[in-house]
Design a protein around this ligand. Structure first.
Ligand code: ZN
Ligand code: ZN
Length: 132
């Protein structure tokens, strides 16, 4: 398990959530190195005119060699890294899960399992209450 990223610039995704009444989770997805040239990290494309990141882009590009990958195909190959406190048993642990949202109790979530009590835990996409 690696260290928590130092800045959000290193990540495609970063969140800090409460889980249930007394748990919490910090989760992130690191930007991977370009699989083509290995010299730079993939990122969202930048508009050459405005210099702003195109946040709705469906591709990631390598700033070094311009290699492109399809976001939808590439995301599931990435991992969400999680540091959590389990709301069921209080265990403080680390977990990894697929960078792919799954529907759980009516909300799109990243799902993982507590390594101590095996309860399923969900990091919802948005701050949304799960249906009980
Ligand atoms: Zn590259
Ligand atoms: Zn637990």
């Amino acid at each position: 398990m690696s260290e928590m990223p130092e800045s959000m610039d290193e990540c495609f995704y970063f969140t800090n959530r409460t889980l249930g009444e007394k748990g919490n989770a910090i989760a992130w997805v690191r930007k991977p190195m370009c699989p083509e040239c290995g010299k730079a990290k993939l990122g969202k494309p930048v508009d050459p005119k405005t210099g702003k990141v195109k946040s709705r882009a469906t591709i990631y590009v390598c700033p070094a060699c311009n290699y492109e990958v399809n976001k939808e195909e590439f995301d599931p190959t990435l991992k969400v890294e999680i540091q959590y406190t389990c709301p069921h048993c209080g265990n403080e642990g680390e977990a990894e899960t697929e960078y792919k949202l799954k529907t759980y109790k009516g909300a799109k979530s990243y799902l993982f399992v507590c390594s101590k009590c095996n309860e399923k835990l969900a990091i919802t996409k948005k701050m949304k209450k799960l249906k009980e």
